[in-house]
Design a protein around this ligand. Structure first.
Ligand code: ADP
Length: 481
């Protein structure tokens, strides 16, 4: 059995070479502050080398048959799953999530590689009726070219495979810029790709703790034809603006402000389970985590009581310890944001039902918190907390719930619990969100198109639609027949 230590690599990966740099930066375990490794602080020239390597590898990769690319992706999938435990332990160490969640993320992330290994073989074009008797119309689907994938720390593995698998399947090559907090999982993935024979330059990983310097190198390079980003809305807007100069395609998976509506006919126990799954997964640090619980007047008190009882049971601690369901937050700034949101809400009249303060374990551990009597004037109504805080708002009518749910510039995921079928259909259609979960607390799967509307993003990841992000259509008019 491979151990997580076998997967710790302290070098960047450029054109099939493992590279150092003059400087390096530390990767630490948020549960205890221990240093796991130092990885290279690449120079702008080294990042350009990675783009050059991806560019050089692009045409040979694109010319491989779809079946050859598929076989390599399948082998990568097998290697990831053979290392599931070790990758998960590494991820828990650098990111903090409970081991069971990390094991789940490896399977979830690997599933994209499996899916697009299959999908690679179905990249069909089309023939269309011509506009003259002597003409034929052909439509080819071609790979976009070199892709820059800029990924966040909250899903160190799955956010990479969700971009790279469809990109590689389509015939693109990639330069991955992982989050500075979690480069080790990215490097381990690259090592596994190398071991199964994915050619040099097809996957490159550039490490840096200065994303503001590396970002423009990638977005400013005309050889990069596509930027795929997952992260905060603020950074997404910067990247989109930078992409304008060279008119790059862009996919953006940005922030959310997910509502979780509980109607008075809901199965309350199921709604509580769904709320806990959706709110407290990864200690609330996912872009589809519930940010606002909207609960109907008639079941408000009962729901709050059941939720608080359940939340008080969530064990907080180092994600490697058995039974832990809440790991540390990623850093001190994340703790400050949760504290600020709680203080603001309490100041404006909300009540703490459970939790409410940093955990006695110290560091960045925080007590899972439930707030009641929360109103739209409070900051939690508008801003993504990205932490273990469940603010419970009250509503009276269906229309009011939908208006509150849609009253945000974001539109990523929304959740609701109800039984009446007309209410279910009406609400499902009225929510201005890219994804709606009905009587469900978790909706991510490689089988469905993940993505948001409004300021939550552009494009979709997963499902057959996910391939479209990495392909261009070329139309050929064949005349004179
Ligand atoms: P978070 O606030 O959750 O850390 P970010 O949007 O800051 O999310 O980070 C997501 C990814 O974007 C990370 O890989 C990070 O290094 C990168 N990033 C942050 N700022 C910039 C920037 N100005 N240009 C390019 N990439 C950036």
């Amino acid at each position: 059995m491979p151990s997580y230590q076998d997967l710790i690599i302290d070098k960047a990966f450029i054109g099939g070479q493992w590279c150092s740099a003059e400087r390096s930066f530390a990767v630490t375990d948020p549960a205890n502050g221990e240093t796991l490794a130092h990885v290279p602080e690449l120079s702008a020239d080294q990042v350009r080398d990675a783009v050059a390597a991806a560019d050089a590898a692009w045409h040979p990769w694109k010319r491989k048959t779809a079946k050859e690319r598929s076989a390599l992706l399948r082998a990568w999938f097998n290697a990831i799953m053979a290392n599931q435990q070790a990758l998960a332990e590494l991820m828990t160490r650098e990111q903090g999530k409970p081991l069971a969640e990390a094991i789940g993320e490896v399977a979830y992330g690997a599933a994209f590689v499996e899916y697009y290994a299959e999908e690679a073989k179905r990249m069909a074009g089309e023939t269309l009726p011509g506009h003259g008797a002597d003409k034929r119309i052909l439509v080819f689907r071609e790979p976009v070219g070199v892709v820059a994938a800029i990924t966040p720390w909250n899903f160190p593995l799955a956010m990479i495979t969700r971009k790279c698998a469809p990109a590689l399947a389509a015939g693109c090559t990639v330069v991955i810029k992982p989050a500075e907090a979690t480069p080790l999982t990215a490097l381990a993935l690259a090592r596994l790709a190398e071991e199964v024979g994915i050619p040099a330059g097809v996957i490159n990983v550039v490490t840096s703790s200065s994303p503001r310097e590396v970002g423009p190198v990638l977005t400013g390079d005309a050889r990069v034809r596509k930027v795929s980003f997952t992260g905060s809305t603020g950074v997404g807007k910067i990247l989109l603006a930078q992409c304008a100069d060279t008119v790059k395609k862009a996919s953006m998976e940005l922030g959310g402000n997910a509502p979780f509506i509980v109607f008075d006919d809901a199965d309350l126990d199921a709604a509580v389970e769904g709320a806990v799954a959706s709110k407290y997964r990864n200690s609330g640090q996912t872009c589809v985590c519930t940010n606002r619980l909207l609960v109907q007047d008639g079941v408000y008190d009962a729901f709050v009581e059941k939720l608080a009882r359940r939340v008080a049971e969530l064990k907080v601690g180092n994600g490697l310890e058995p039974g832990v369901l809440q790991g540390p937050l990623i850093n001190a700034a994340a703790v400050d944001k949760v504290k600020t949101h709680i203080a603001d809400a309490v100041d404006k009249g909300a009540q703490i039902v459970c939790g409410g303060k940093p955990h006695q374990l110290g560091g960045t551990f925080f007590e899972p918190t439930v707030l009641r009597d929360v109103t739209p004037e409070m900051r939690v109504a508008r801003e993504e907390t990205f932490g273990p805080l469940a603010p419970v708002f009250r509503f009276h009518s269906d229309d009011e719930a939908i208006a509150m749910a849609n009253d945000t510039e974001f539109g990523l995921a929304a959740y609701f619990y109800a039984r009446d079928y007309r209410r279910i259909w009406h609400t499902m259609e009225a929510l201005e969100y890219g994804m709606v979960a009905v009587n469900e607390g978790i909706l991510s799967t490689e089988l469905a198109p993940f993505g948001g509307v409004k300021e939550s993003g552009l494009g979709r990841e997963g499902s057959s639609h996910g391939m479209d992000e990495y392909t261009e259509l070329k139309y050929a008019c064949v005349g004179g027949l």
